[in-house]
Design a protein around this ligand. Sequence first.
Ligand SMILES: Cc1cc2nc3c(=O)[nH]c(=O)nc-3n(C[C@H](O)[C@H](O)[C@H](O)COP(=O)(O)O)c2cc1C
Length: 179
Amino acid sequence: MNEGASGERSDLKHLESSFLANGLRGIKASNCCLESWLNRTIKGRVMIFFVLYQSDATTDFPSDVDHKILETAYHRNRADQITGYLVRTPNKYYQYLEGPSAKLDALVQDIKSDPRHNDFELLQDGVLAQRRFSSWAMGYHLVSEKDLDEFYGWLHEGEGFGDVMIAYMEQMARRRKGN
Ligand SMILES: Cc1cc2nc3c(=O)[nH]c(=O)nc-3n(C[C@H](O)[C@H](O)[C@H](O)COP(=O)(O)O)c2cc1C
């Protein structure tokens, strides 16, 4: 799944699988009427897309760099109606971003070429019925060295990693909100 964030988005099949992957399993749509079903579903609403990626951090840990990233994100994401969550471990970033297609694509292109990380790898992308992180211009969670084993034990690398990572981020966001 190393396609660019926007490459396949006009493809109805991709949209269908994204809808299904995002919990709308109760809505039946046979192939013959999928297009009109999608049109009804999204009619009159700005479609929200999401991207989940991982990358290798090139900066020290912990460092002021993350603070700078969040500062930029706070301003730009609010202006561009982007919301999301960033997880930082000693070596990696995991970031989930959601928002209107054009703004999201532009941001993802900028993030991809940012020297503060490399080896950008897309884990998931798709379309959403509603935002997952509507109250977060960019949430943030730092996983320290001592918590790494527990973190990766819980996430279990491999099949379904993206879904579990998103669930982890949602849980962290809920915890913070409750504070
Ligand atoms: C891991 C990582 C995550 C980032 N996340 C965001 C983000 O959510 N929003 C944002 O505006 N910039 C983010 N950035 C910074 C962008 O790469 C880029 O520097 C910034 O958006 C430039 O904005 P400007 O062109 O308005 O100066 C991130 C950078 C890194 C390395």
